[in-house]
Design a protein around this ligand. Structure first.
Ligand code: ADP
Length: 398
């Protein structure tokens, strides 16, 4: 069975074609500047075919999908003979609200429910819906599945997901913690259990997805019991450009002082804050590490704040689960930042974690970075959200 995985943004669309027989990645690519002019980078990964990397007109997502199908099936760049070989499509959808606790086959009722979730993710869900509609227009009745960023977190108990605001805002308006990066937390936690050779139902795991956007999840017996992102992905840890946790009073103070409206304030908190805002240099940890080495105090502070927050939230999750067996690092910073990992794990040494310095310095697949006799194990596990989407799609359609 061959599954096309689609991650549609407002002006971009990422895709992978995966052969589920042996979970081989056949091709991957990215459409950019959809609705502006259009560019496609298509990389076939089997059959020695060349990469296609050129501007192509893409007035809407439908032209983008058509261009992707054209390349996937072309003689020069293709990896399948025709569209008929694509058995199903799995779509990443950001917000499933409380309606979706797992992946679902897309039908009219699901599309209507996705629309209802749009107010919770006004920037992301419309793009995901556009991607689904574009696929339907181009691919006809090929079965499609929606896989939600929020679904894995639906197992959180109410004491973890409720905000302490008047209860009516939850009942009437759905105001609560939803959490994001669920597909990634799910993948790395199940891989961690495999690596430990133990059933996930017997493990307490803290998963640290540290990328441009960052979140932690506490996963007890295979179920998420808490996570650091909230109603939106703005809260929790300080991130690349997002502020993380912030006293709402700061917003009122700054908005009044600088005569800002809420959109301007939120733009600053989403795009100009986090380690970028603190350092004044960059949101990229490579730049911050270089800056800190060269003596830039604000770059150093940004890095210190980041690892302090990861450790502080991880410590609270050890309390929430009454213990922890393993800590996982994943995503851009988690997979590539040994100094950040070391700083986080040094804070958590009191839990009984001993870092294996040589293992922590390595890059690559699925590495245990704690010593063999460390009480709590630590791992680097590269995330693979697309594979989870493809697996769910194959299971639901198959
Ligand atoms: P996204 O949240 O956009 O998916 P990623 O998970 O790809 O982000 O993470 C991107 C971030 O990973 C970059 O901003 C950068 O800070 C960090 N990163 C990537 N490579 C390295 C590296 N070699 N060392 C430290 N940080 C890195």
């Amino acid at each position: 069975m061959k599954i096309l995985v689609i991650n549609a943004g407002s002006s971009s669309l990422k895709y992978q074609l995966i052969d589920m027989e042996n979970e081989t990645l056949l091709a991957k690519g990215l459409c950019e500047r959809i609705g502006i002019d259009g560019h496609l980078k298509h990389s076939p990964l089997v059959g020695g075919k060349p990469v296609f990397n050129e501007d192509l007109p893409m007035p809407t997502h439908a032209e983008a999908i058509a261009a992707v199908i054209d390349k996937l099936t072309s003689a020069e760049y293709g990896v399948v003979a025709s569209m008929k070989e694509i058995d199903a499509v799995g779509h990443r959808v950001v917000h499933g609200g409380e309606k979706f606790a797992c992946s679902v086959k897309i039908d009219d009722a699901v599309m209507a429910a996705l629309d209802e979730c749009t107010p919770f993710a006004p920037l992301h869900n419309p793009a995901n819906i556009t991607g689904i509609n574009a696929c339907k227009a181009v691919m006809g009745d090929v079965p499609m599945v929606a896989v939600f960023d929020t679904a894995f977190h639906q197992t959180m108990p109410s004491k973890a997901y409720m905000y302490a605001v008047p209860y009516e805002y939850y009942e009437n308006d759905g105001v609560r913690r939803y959490g994001f990066h669920g597909t990634s937390h799910r993948y790395v936690s199940s891989r961690c259990a495999e690596l430990m050779g133990k059933p996930i139902e017997e493990l307490k795991i803290i998963s640290c997805h540290l990328g441009n956007g960052s979140s932690l999840a506490a996963i007890k017996n295979g179920k998420c019991v808490d996570t650091s992102m909230g109603f939106t992905p703005l809260v929790g840890l300080p991130m690349g450009t997002r502020c993380g946790d912030l006293d709402p009073g700061v917003m009122q103070y700054l908005m009044a002082k600088y005569d800002m409206d809420i959109d301007k304030m939120l733009n600053i908190l989403n795009k100009k804050s986090g380690v970028q805002g603190i350092s004044g240099i960059s949101s990229d940890f490579r730049d911050l590490e270089k800056g800190a080495t060269e003596g830039n105090e604000r770059a150093k502070l940004a890095l210190e704040m980041f690892s302090y927050w990861v450790a502080k939230v991880a410590g609270s999750y050890a309390a929430a689960m009454n213990g922890v067996d393993a800590i996982i690092f994943t995503a851009g910073v988690g997979e590539n930042g040994p100094d950040t990992r070391k700083a986080v794990l040094d804070y958590l040494a009191f839990l009984g974690i001993e870092v294996d310095a040589a293992a922590n310095a390595k890059r690559g697949e699925d590495i245990m970075i704690s010593t063999a006799d460390s009480k709590v194990k630590a791992f680097v596990i590269p995330t693979n959200e697309e594979l989870v989407i493809a697996r769910d799609t194959a299971e639901i359609v198959g």
